[in-house]
Design a protein around this ligand. Structure first.
Ligand code: ADP
Ligand code: ZN
Length: 599
């Protein structure tokens, strides 16, 4: 049996295991099952790839995205690993060829989609071959509590019964507590071990600001921080995607649209260009991104809020897999929240699921309105902890806050006295003492709360109401025409006479926030290193083009940076560079040496 550390060094070219990799790999190599929760970019793939190489037989990887399997396979082939995929998108001849290899025991790794795996015919094929392990990637898809439930995944519970004794390893980067438990139950991993890595992505800078001029805000963010980088911009609808992509193209930016309404050809062409070329921006709905493991995405921008913190975390997590500085930038407005609430209410889901989704949305709004470190809130959400990070907008510039206790008491009692059934605009009018037909008709102009809030402007009251909702003291009831109600927490707040702080929104602060984000271009200290780095990038692009693979499949930026700094002069020295293993040295070593020696 091969030794994991030897494989890490010789095949992958890495010096040591990171975080919990070694423990997980040992456990699975010994035949144990595992549930692995680790952040994007932390190296989950190695946790099933290396055990597959160590153990007898083929590692079967279940992954939802067939469109990306081919790229994963080419990347493995560059490492000298024999991998194949079987899926419905392949020509029949190709399926037969992979099948043949499988039956001849010539594959190290086999990628399949869940719907294929559970077909009886396919299971019978697997019965006949030696299987090293099953890896269930994006395992949160198995859970209804997760944020991307896929019914096909539920059938995977049969693996435990049908393939007794073969280790199963389920991996995900995003799952709250309920989701974790559900994954372990459904995949019957109770006898296995759970590995939960920290959630932190220290290289990502977070900033979240109010939306006032969406296109220009995002454009300025890109111009100021990322003029030559690859990035993803998320929009809420197909129409908004088209609109933004076109607008950016008009400004001479390489922006390409991606959403489910485009033809499969256009989608895969745009995705391909994003993966293969430098400096392409994808403007997309959430249809884009799962399984994209391009390591040098330098930023993810959201023009609308996603539906939960998990979704936000997963989407922003697509930035900076290579560990180099990257940005997560989001602009938000309360109309986003109203739209999301409507979707939840109008969906066919059972009530309990709707309640869960509403809570998830509240947590996300809380993150948006927060006056404390964003990273702390994110980490806490996943039961992780951390100090204020110094690498997010609220750490960069502490938001001004004010004591909102009295205002909150006024707002809540106005909501209560008007019967907890009117919308925000109406209640604010009552507070400000506005006289109109409706208010008079309901007799609300005669109540004690009428006009008690006339010291604050309409904008200030709306800001307060938003934060009351995001802090979960008030809720918007979409079933009752968006009527505002007091939550349990809100009643407690009144009863216990608690105090509350709100985030101030001054014009000055808004202007400052436009500069949000952090420069993250790779700049090496010394001019010579920098020009060698640029030359190495060009060489990488040529090698990638020749093989028709994405540049990062050849080497990632980190490897090139190390090469430019260490300037190895021989094949032997080159093996000391992180990311250069034996197969890659053979394929690309001479080209790199030529660049270093002549440059
Ligand atoms: P995940 O699946 O958790 O998002 P990946 O498996 O794609 O992460 O790994 C992210 C990057 O880190 C990849 O480029 C991978 O080759 C690299 N990597 C993984 N493990 C190590 C290690 N022990 N040392 C150095 N780089 C590593
Ligand atoms: Zn912070």
């Amino acid at each position: 049996m091969n030794n994991p550390l030897t494989i890490l060094k010789q095949t992958y070219g890495y010096g040591q295991f990171r975080g919990q990799q070694a423990g997980i790999i040992d456990h699975v190599v010994q035949g144990g099952s595992a549930f692995v929760l680790m952040p994007t970019g932390s190296g989950k793939s190695l946790c099933y790839q290396i055990p597959s190489l160590c153990r007898e037989g083929v590692g079967v990887i279940i992954s939802p995205l067939i469109a990306l399997m081919q790229d994963q396979i080419t990347a493995l082939e560059q490492l000298g690993i024999s991998a194949g995929a079987i899926n419905s998108g392949m020509p029949y001849g190709e399926v037969l060829r992979v099948r043949q290899k499988l039956e001849n025991n010539q594959l190290d790794l086999l990628y399949v989609a869940p719907e294929r795996l559970v077909m009886e015919e396919f299971l019978e094929l697997l019965d006949q071959v030696n299987i090293a392990l099953f890896a269930i990637d994006e395992a949160h898809c198995v859970s209804q509590w997760g944020h991307d439930f896929r019914p096909d995944y539920t059938a995977l519970s049969l693996l435990a019964r049908r393939f007794k004794g073969i280790p199963r390893i389920a991996l995900t980067a995003t799952a709250d507590k309920a989701t974790r438990k559900d994954i372990v139950d459904r995949l019957k991993l109770g006898d296995g071990k759970t590995f939960v890595g920290g959630f932190d992505r220290p290289n990502i800078h977070y900033s979240i600001l109010e939306r006032n001029n969406p296109k220009k805000q995002v454009f300025d963010f890109i111009k100021n921080n990322h003029s030559e980088d690859s990035g993803i911009i998320y929009c809420i609808s197909r129409k908004k995607v088209e609109d933004m992509a076109e607008w950016l193209q008009g400004k001479d930016i390489n922006a390409l649209p991606y959403h489910a309404g485009l033809t499969p050809q256009v989608r895969s062409r745009n995705q391909d260009r994003f993966l293969r070329e430098d400096n392409i921006i994808i403007v997309a709905t959430i249809a884009f991104g799962m399984g994209i493991d391009k390591p040098d995405v330098r930023y993810v921008a959201h023009m609308n809020i996603p539906k939960s913190i998990e979704a936000y975390y997963q989407e922003t997590g697509r930035a900076g897999r290579d560990g180099l500085p990257s940005n997560a930038y989001m602009i938000y407005g309360m109309d986003d929240a109203a739209m999301q609430r409507n979707w939840i209410e109008n969906s066919e889901a059972p009530d309990i699921q709707k309640r869960i989704e509403n809570q998830k949305l509240n947590a996300l709004l809380g993150l948006c309105e927060a006056a404390i470190c964003r990273r702390q809130i994110l980490l806490e959400y996943f039961d992780d902890t951390g100090e204020p990070c110094g690498n997010c907008d609220t750490c960069d510039t502490k938001p001004e806050t004010f004591d909102g206790t009295i205002a909150a008491q006024m707002a809540l009692s106005a909501v209560f006295r008007t019967g907890q059934r009117f919308g925000m605009v109406y209640v604010v009018d009552v507070l400000m003492g506005k006289v109109d037909d409706r208010i008079q008709r309901f007799g609300h102009d005669k109540q004690s709360t009428f006009g008690i809030g006339d010291k604050l402007s309409k904008n200030e009251w709306q800001n307060i109401f938003r934060q009351l909702v995001s802090q979960n003291l008030l809720m918007v009831d979409v079933n009752e025409h968006n009527g505002i109600k007091i939550t349990e927490k809100g009643f407690l707040f009144l009863k216990k006479k608690e105090s509350v702080n709100f985030r101030k929104l001054t014009e000055k602060q808004k202007a400052k926030k436009e500069k949000s984000g952090k420069k993250s271009k790779v700049v090496l200290d010394n001019d010579l290193d920098q020009s060698l780095y640029e030359n190495l990038r060009t060489a990488r692009q040529q090698m990638a083009k020749k093989r028709r693979v994405p540049a990062y499949v050849i080497f990632n930026d980190k490897t090139l940076i190390e090469l430019a700094q260490a300037r190895p002069q021989s094949f032997e020295e080159m093996l000391g560079i992180s990311g250069i293993g034996e197969a890659k040295l053979k394929k690309f070593g001479q080209t790199l040496l030529d660049v270093i020696l002549t440059g």
